[in-house]
Design a protein around this ligand. Structure first.
Ligand SMILES: C[S@@+](CC[C@H](N)C(=O)[O-])C[C@H]1O[C@@H](n2cnc3c(N)ncnc32)[C@H](O)[C@@H]1O
Length: 463
């Protein structure tokens, strides 16, 4: 958070960036705040945009403006949205759209500046937004459309600088003001949670630190996904879980918290990672927090010996083919439930020899990389189906925060699928289209897969 001074007015504006990357500006006047924001965002001399002096405006024109101001003031309490468009002069900002939002601090109007493909945000008080809207209309835009709960007001600048406006029946209804709306999370805010305090997501009073809010949401989203699969876990005994590639174990501790503290279940959870130091640190934290049934073991996923019966295998962001190693272990152990969030995926991208039909994708490195990642997950899901799992790929956390946002959820079937032939064919077709050798998972599970997916020497049989 910092202050930006406006040298022409010796006034100051408070600017802060919110956790979503939006910029909030509060100034000693709306115009000061706006100018400060524009400076922050790199407009060379934003005050030059405000070129008209009110003293040069003829009195009849000034009267139309005053009337408009009064009309806007009358309707403003029901503001839903306003849009300033048609810049008066060539400008980086083609449009400004504003909507009412609800923040912890109260109601605000969020202005979105459209600059090419880029959008930037500024939050201002509703009354300040009206003044700012009028100043921007005067200085920069030809057109203003105000949507309120009672009516729409459409304003156009005339040649002489006056404004013509008309009111029309309201075309928008107020939507739920969901910005920063408090969601009921499985681990609630404002209730101190020991492991979140320990890993620095919450303070001792239970307040989630702004910089860690994304982590907090991710943890809760993961817990929702686990909560959904609870009916597939044993109801009458201790639940056995393995977390492959547990790393710093935010999500492992969260899982333990959900199962033991929130759902009251007895568990044995083993976090496995090949980094000795994270295993040491996580074991210490588990001890300090007295997390009963939570242990950590050093080792490589692919080499990890059997833990006996495992009810749930999770592998979250395990790098590249570590996800496949984890899936292969779980399938071999006949683990009833698998939750895997794949991470970086390099295996396929490096070996694609795609069908000419995919040339438009292969021609662009970034498209090929993303396509390869999606294809990898599609093949994983298909292979899991062929190994007896009902498999879904769902969104883990919104794309806004990470591209690694898919979760593979696989539930072991009691009965063999009636669609084996379908999955076999679709697997073969995709592999043929990609022109690849059998991926890691197919090779690792070749003895469990139907004949003809991987031949003895590991060669692909697409016949
Ligand atoms: C990106 S971190 C993810 C940590 C944690 N699961 C999470 O989601 O926050 C990936 C972890 O997987 C571990 N890892 C990668 N390959 C592994 C392997 N073959 N065996 C064991 N651990 C592995 C890495 O050491 C790292 O700690």
């Amino acid at each position: 958070m910092h202050y930006v001074g406006d040298p022409r007015r010796s006034a100051k504006a408070l600017i802060h960036r919110d956790e979503l990357g939006g910029v909030g500006v509060f100034g000693s006047s709306p115009w000061i705040a706006y100018v400060a924001l524009q400076k922050l965002q790199g407009v060379a001399d934003p005050t030059s945009l405000h070129s008209e002096s009110p003293t040069t405006v003829p009195s009849d024109v000034a009267a139309t403006r005053a009337e408009l101001d009064a009309r806007l003031a009358e309707y403003w309490p029901g503001l839903i949205q306003f849009v300033l468009s048609r810049p008066r002069a060539p400008s980086e900002i083609s449009k400004i759209s504003a909507r009412t939002i609800q923040l912890k601090e109260g109601e605000r109007v969020q202005l979105t500046h459209f600059r090419g493909a880029q959008q930037t945000h500024a939050n201002v008080l509703p009354t300040a937004a009206r003044v700012l809207c009028c100043e921007l209309l005067e200085s920069q835009f030809e057109k203003l459309h105000v949507f309120t709960s009672r009516a729409d007001i459409i304003v156009k600048r005339q040649r002489d600088g006056s404004f013509a406006w008309r009111t029309a029946p309201a075309t928008k209804v107020p939507v739920e003001q969901s910005h920063n709306r408090r969601k009921q999370y499985l681990i609630p805010e404002d209730v101190p949670c020991p492991f979140l305090i320990e890993i620095g997501v919450m303070n001792r009073e239970g307040r989630v630190l702004a910089a860690k809010y994304h982590k907090f949401r991710q943890i809760n989203r993961f817990l929702e996904l686990v909560d959904d699969i609870l009916p597939h876990l044993p109801q009458d005994r201790e639940i056995q879980v393995v977390d492959f590639g547990s790393g710093k174990s935010y999500l492992t501790f969260a899982l333990h918290h959900l199962l033991t503290q929130i759902r009251g279940r007895a568990v044995q959870i083993v976090g496995v990672d090949r980094k000795a130091e994270v295993i040491r640190d996580c074991s210490r934290i588990a001890n300090e927090l007295q997390c009963c049934g939570l242990t950590f073991e050093h080792g490589d996923i692919a080499q990890f010996g059997s833990l006996g019966h495992v009810d749930l295998m999770v592998a979250l962001h395990a790098c590249d083919t570590a996800t496949d190693a984890a899936l292969a272990q779980a399938v071999r152990w006949e683990t009833p439930v698998i939750l895997a969030v794949p991470c970086c995926q390099h295996e396929l991208a490096a070996h694609l020899n795609p069908d000419p039909a995919l040339t438009p994708i292969a021609a662009h490195g970034i498209l090929q990389e993303r396509f390869a990642a999606l294809a990898t997950d599609a093949l994983r899901a298909n292979l899991l189906e062929l190994c007896g799992y009902q498999t879904q790929v769902v969104e883990f956390i919104d794309l806004e925060h990470t591209a690694k946002n898919l979760l593979i959820r696989a539930i072991r079937r009691d009965q063999p699928s009636t669609r084996t032939e379908h999955f076999l064919n679709s697997y073969r077709q995709l592999v043929g289209l990609l022109g690849i050798q059998p991926p890691y998972l197919a090779t690792a599970l070749k003895d469990l897969l139907p004949d003809g997916i991987v031949c003895k020497g590991g060669e692909l049989d697409t016949a």
